[in-house]
Design a protein around this ligand. Sequence first.
Ligand code: FAD
Length: 502
Amino acid sequence: MSPRIAIIGAGFGGLCMAIQLERAGITSYTVFEKAGEVGGTWRDNSYPGAGCDIPSHLYSFSFEKYASWTRRYPGQPEILGYLAHCADKYGVRGKIRFHTEVSAAAFDGGHWHLTTRPLPSGTAECAQPDGPRDDRPVPGVGGVRIEEFDVVVAGVGQLNRPLMPDIPGMADFEGVSFHSARWNHDHDLSGRRVAVIGTGSSAAQFIPPVAGRAGHLDVFQRTPNWVIPKPDAAFGPLTRLALHFVPGLQRAYREWIYRYAEGTLYPALARGWSEGLLRKRALGHLRAQVTDPGLRAKLTPGYPPGCKRVVIDSKFYPALTRPNVDVVTDRIVRITAKGVETTRGLRAADTIIYGTGFKSTEFLAPIAFTGRGGQRLDERWKQGAEAYLGISVPDFPNLFLLYGPNTNLGHNSIIFMIECQVNHIMNCLPHLSDRGPMEVRPEAMAAWSRQLDVAMTRMVWGNGCRSWYKTAEGRVTNNWPGPTPLYRKLTALPPLPAYRFG
Ligand code: FAD
């Protein structure tokens, strides 16, 4: 009998898992999605200018060739369209329980019991409440249900819950404010006095269109980015036809992008041969696009390139040089009713946009996972999340994570990593039926953590900057420190030696 599989999330990860199950003829699965549509990141981040910084012929499933990409780096609507296409083509949409949030999952020695609750239409896309949570809901009350499964696959992403800063007075602001992942499309920015707080990858994308509309824009920058140009271009009709119909061309193009990222960008992050090249490229880009020495000084980073995610964008710097834009580096003291107060006084605003990123190190939160012997995953991960291959955790049998701890990349496509993880889980599933629940051995986990620690010392992320890749204490919990072919190899190995049963 096929195991009953619960998949949490219908982004790239959850959809990939569901599709591979369908392709293997396993239909005993349910996908729980708290929002009302597939897409995850690409449903929630609809801000102007939203897009991918990996070309979509690579930032897509290896098994799903797509004729509709219109440009090298398509924007959010195209990527969302691709995911909807995949969900429909592979027949997984009917298995998705939309507007259903998983709030808890408990292992009883043999099975997982998931607590699910409906989220009313129209509110499902909102950030989840951060207040105190009762982990013991009463079955049947408010639509809460307890449902039993043999296997749980968590595909909740690393960048799903917006992070709002903790600035005094935020509630006093009399204008309109919102986070970039909850864009207020009803609020017309034309002629407004806008403050943008944060200058990470999302802000770098939405600042150019906002600068073009706003009357005045203050960009509040804590740390400057390393920025390199985005070699974007629309595909002409002939290129699109060729990519679709010439046998092997799309695969060869995908392979070329992959090898380029791996061969030139990865060594820069591993302090290898291209580190200096990346620095030179970024500084050259800054010199070419920003002529004012004062502004250039503000925008020159004082930490190694790659320590934070490198911004790949050609429109960001030109937007900052516009006469209606100021880059403000004075420390923010508080938000008042009328704007943003810094150490040098008030900067008036009628709109504040928070480009402050996500709660990236709180993996799986706020779902309360309880494993063998009543162990809580959030307790286990107090010092920082870790999982074998980023997928499995001792004492949490038959639980598999997608895009889990230490599987994010600063240089290549996350979809590659997700496919490796799904492949590993598919290799595990045939072993489940006859031998009981499957759990990674503590010694395999310990060896994995030791190897990660050693590999991490080579990487550029550890020192010199704050970033979403690491905890407040400085432990890098998000990124994979090796080359991605190594990750593919490790996840493709026969899984049994690392696991125990029963
Ligand atoms: P997500 O896309 O986050 O999907 C998770 C899903 O789980 C969501 O639909 C969510 O609603 C659902 N969910 C969460 N909790 C629950 C729950 N308790 N119950 C039910 N459902 C739940 N990566 C790259 O490789 N290249 C890029 O250029 C790139 N650009 C990015 C740009 C932005 C603005 C952001 C935010 C991320 C970017 N990423 C990029 C990372 C991106 O998140 C991943 O590439 C990928 O989309 C992750 O897919 P996922 O399915 O793991 O997670």
